[in-house]
Design a protein around this ligand. Structure first.
Ligand SMILES: *Cc1c(COP(=O)(O)O)cnc(C)c1O
Length: 385
């Protein structure tokens, strides 16, 4: 590293530290480091085709008609009205739906209100699941091993939970940051055998990228919840619908837990734009078009992963999400590779050096538009040649 890139690296690291367990936003990076040109943002995990689709509707129905004025000037519907829409769409009793200002708020609500003495979290993970735990909650980590490709082994997991007797546990499916997927039959088996755990949280924020066979049908377990009253589904719309900026998420909870939350706040925690999104989400015309961009993006992502697998000196872990966890095996650190990608190629990837439970050097790379994926591939080939 020469002196000027060392200075840039230093500056970038400071920004990263001030973002805690997350990455600096693109807006922050652009404002604070105008000297770097970001060509591809492969840090944030979103389907860019879905963002385009949302924007098409947004322009036609809100901007071109002037309706945007009402969305901005007036209050949106209250939480329970948006829950009615979403519940009807999902064919789930709306009294079980809790709307959040992004799933991060949903996670905070569940962890602060319903998790009690002991919570089992698989690592590596999405950090709010442990960082939001209240002081009285013991967080017990179940470590997924890179030797097993970060796979959850149902027998081993069930034995671990049985031994630890938690009141709550979290399974993210597919998991962030490794993309590991628990097949439908296995997750059902885990839920059935652990029916004595009062609060089972299943985070399906990346489920729209997962599939079990070539039909690419959505493998969500949300429709089965009537059978499993202790199962709580958390769903972010940020990544699969490409709308992290408007903060949309929800949970499916027992009705009395939704009532408890609504009695302690969360009245207008959604926004007019989020309500507009949720209304689109429940519309057939939008969903038909969305299914097309979802499948197109999955197909392109599969191709991206195949190409990544051909690059020497890295290991690409199996994924069913829209990103890949890449282990660096050429002796360089993830700090070095992430910096090189950013400064020399304009590619913003997630340096995973702060992720607990990862032993080795890892970066996480999101899949993007086809041309951007090609650029990422050629840049990594260049680095690891
Ligand atoms: C990103 C993420 C969320 C939260 O997303 P929001 O933008 O707050 O909706 C929740 N769970 C997982 C696993 C995530 O990766």
């Amino acid at each position: 590293m020469n002196a000027s890139s060392a200075a840039l690296f230093e500056k970038f690291n400071k920004l990263k530290i001030s973002a805690g367990n997350h990455s600096p936003s693109l807006t922050t990076l652009k404002a604070e480091m105008p000297e770097i040109e970001i060509k591809v943002d492969a840090c944030f995990l979103s389907n860019p085709y879905a963002t385009e689709l949302f924007l098409k509707y947004f322009k036609k129905e809100l901007l071109d008609t002037g309706e945007i004025n009402n969305v901005l000037e007036f209050y949106p519907s209250q939480n329970n009205e948006i829950a009615n829409l979403v519940g009807r769409h999902l064919q789930i009793d709306p009294s079980r739906i809790f709307i959040g200002n992004g799933a991060t708020e949903v996670i905070q609500a569940i962890i602060h209100h319903f998790v009690k003495d002991k919570l089992i979290v698989n690592i590596p993970t999405f950090s709010p699941y442990y960082s939001f735990a209240l002081p009285g909650t013991e967080v017990v980590y179940y470590e997924l091993k890179k030797e097993d490709n970060f796979r959850v082994d149902p027998d081993d997991y069930i034995a671990f939970v049985t031994k630890n007797k938690p009141d709550s546990l979290v399974l993210i499916n597919p998991n962030n940051p490794d993309g590991g997927y628990i097949p439908h039959q296995e997750i059902i088996r885990i839920i059935e055998e652990l029916s004595w755990v009062p609060t089972i949280i299943i985070d399906e924020s990346f489920i729209h990228f997962a599939f079990e066979n070539s039909s690419l049908k959505l493998p969500s377990i949300a429709s089965l919840l009537d059978k499993y009253p202790n199962v709580h589904i958390v769903k972010s719309m940020s990544k699969d619908f490409g709308i992290a900026g408007i903060r949309c998420g929800y949970a499916i909870l027992p009705a009395e837990k939704v009532t408890h939350l609504l009695n302690t706040g969360y009245l207008w925690n959604s926004s007019g734009l989020a309500e507009y999104f949720f209304r689109l989400y429940t519309r057939k015309d939008f969903i038909v078009e969305y299914e097309e961009v979802r499948k197109k993006y999955i197909t392109e992502s599969l191709f991206f992963v195949t190409e990544l697998n051909r690059i020497p000196k890295i290991k690409v872990y199996p994924t069913k999400a829209n990103f890949v966890l890449v282990e660096i095996l050429n002796g360089q650190t993830s700090d070095e590779i992430a910096t090189e990608l950013l400064l020399n190629y304009g590619i913003y990837a997630r340096n995973c050096s702060d992720k607990i439970g990862l032993h080795g050097q890892f970066i996480r790379v999101a899949t993007r538009y086809k041309e951007e994926n090609e650029y990422i591939i050629s840049s990594l080939r260049d680095i690891f040649k």
